[in-house]
Ligand binder design. Structure first.
Ligand SMILES: [Zn+2]
Length: 430
């Protein structure tokens, strides 16, 4: 524990209202005690040199898979939390496709108990349907009482409009969003990658953009009619962005998130990597036009949050033929370096706007309190820079798994440290 800490010489970055302030920040007993210049404190308080670094409210990744219970060979709450700390995150929201799934209150509470020892806030997202089977609605009120912050059958879509309508009706009563994995599965029963020129050339079954677009359109209609809050998980298509943009303009209660890998890679990576199974995920890596539309959607606020869909799989599971490999890659450790490279350095987002997608946006969608950067509030913050050029290597992985296409990739900007729940953790050391 580090109850007292002086962060000396950093730049405090508040995403809302957007302000920056060069100041020292003194933490006493886990609470921000004083913000000021040239703070003089006794030798009993350890100091961290934050000169040249930003300090923001703690980052949150609202879409991760921690795999516990049931798939502890891929990841656990403990190892996933270490990956979060390495990536600069103080909070994550974890998806319910575990075994058993997070479809009963006791499983939701189990995950929260597993997170008690880590400074990372772990916020479970519970199932929409019993057994995550897509048939019968889960006991949503009971799940919410157990600590669920949202509902999703992620890993799979809510398959029918009837179930989705009921879920949205309950969600408006509970004031919690429904997060849908947008995929009309009948349009791509055996798809391996984005349907397009590359899949045709490689002879792989395609996942058409229409599979995502049709589901987003269905759910927007249902959200408009029910008033239930709809959150579009891992948006990946240009048409999907347009649908969300139009829905927002009409006042439909819809929000959206985008994954760092969908902003970074296209379907060309499948071919260029010669079928590296770390280029296989749901939704798939899309076309250059889709990537451009995602960036536009972020820049104009159509897309609210950036997430990673951190999806660990063991090496023996991924090191198989492309067609047999599971979908998904790691994300927590590479998120900020990719955001810096793809969004901040090219001028798509400012540092403040990028931080907003990791702080204000996910917490507003999930109705969680935003950690403050003011005196008297509990210290929950991330220390980072937005310009260090570095190379991500296997040594930077803290997840239990290693499935990332970004080994040896160039990164811009580095998370340095996290303070949360009375603990100070340097990102490399977690
Ligand atoms: Zn998903």
């Amino acid at each position: 524990m580090t109850p007292h800490l002086l962060l000396r010489g950093g730049t405090l970055l508040r995403p809302e209202p957007k302000t920056t302030q060069d100041a020292d920040l003194l933490i006493r007993d886990g609470t921000i005690a004083t913000i000021g210049t040239d703070l003089d404190v006794g030798d009993d308080v350890p100091a961290y040199d934050a000169s040249g670094l930003f300090i923001s409210p703690g980052w949150m990744d609202m879409h991760v898979h921690l795999r516990e219970p049931g798939y502890e060979h891929k990841e656990t709450v403990a190892t996933g939390s270490r990956a979060a700390l390495a990536g600069g995150f103080t909070d994550v929201a974890c998806m319910p496709n575990t075994d058993p799934p997070l479809h009963t209150r006791d499983v939701v509470e189990f995950v929260r108990e597993r997170a008690e020892d880590t400074p990372v806030g772990v916020h479970p997202i519970a199932c929409v349907s019993k057994e995550r089977a897509g048939d019968e609605i889960a006991e949503m009120a009971d799940l919410e009482a157990g600590g669920a912050v949202a509902f999703s059958d992620d890993g799979a879509p809510v398959p029918t409009a009837g179930l989705m309508r009921r879920a949205l009706e309950y969600s408006s009563m509970l004031d919690r969003p429904i997060i849908n994995h947008m995929e009309e599965e009948t349009l791509n029963p055996s798809g391996q990658m984005h349907e397009g020129e590359v899949s045709a050339r490689l002879g792989l079954d395609g996942i058409p953009a229409a599979s995502e677009d049709v589901m987003i359109a269905r759910d927007i209609e249902l959200a408009a009619r029910t008033g239930g809050a709809l959150h579009v998980a891992h948006i990946s298509t240009a048409r999907g962005v347009e649908l969300v943009r139009r829905a927002k303009a009409h006042g439909v209660p819809v929000t959206a998130e985008v994954c760092t890998h969908h902003l970074t890679l296209t379907d060309a990576a499948v071919e260029a990597s010669q079928f590296d199974t770390n280029t296989k995920m749901h939704p798939p890596l899309r076309s250059p036009a889709d990537v451009a539309a995602l960036k536009e959607g972020l820049a104009d606020g159509t897309i609210d949050a950036i997430c990673t869909d951190h999806a660990p799989h063991a090496s023996y599971e991924k090191q198989v033929e492309f067609a047999h490999a599971p979908f998904g890659i790691l994300g927590l450790e590479t998120a900020w370096g990719l955001i810096g490279r793809e969004l901040i350095e090219p001028g798509v987002l400012s540092v403040e706007e990028a931080v907003r997608t990791l702080t204000v946006a996910p917490r507003r969608i999930l109705h969680l309190d935003e950690p403050g950067l003011t005196e008297g509030t509990p210290a929950r913050l991330t220390v980072f820079d937005a310009s260090t050029e570095w190379t991500f290597t296997k040594d930077d992985i803290r997840s239990k798994s290693e499935n990332t296409p970004f080994t040896d990739a160039e990164m811009v900007g580095r998370p340095r440290a996290v303070y949360s729940d009375g603990q100070f953790v340097e990102c490399g050391a977690a």
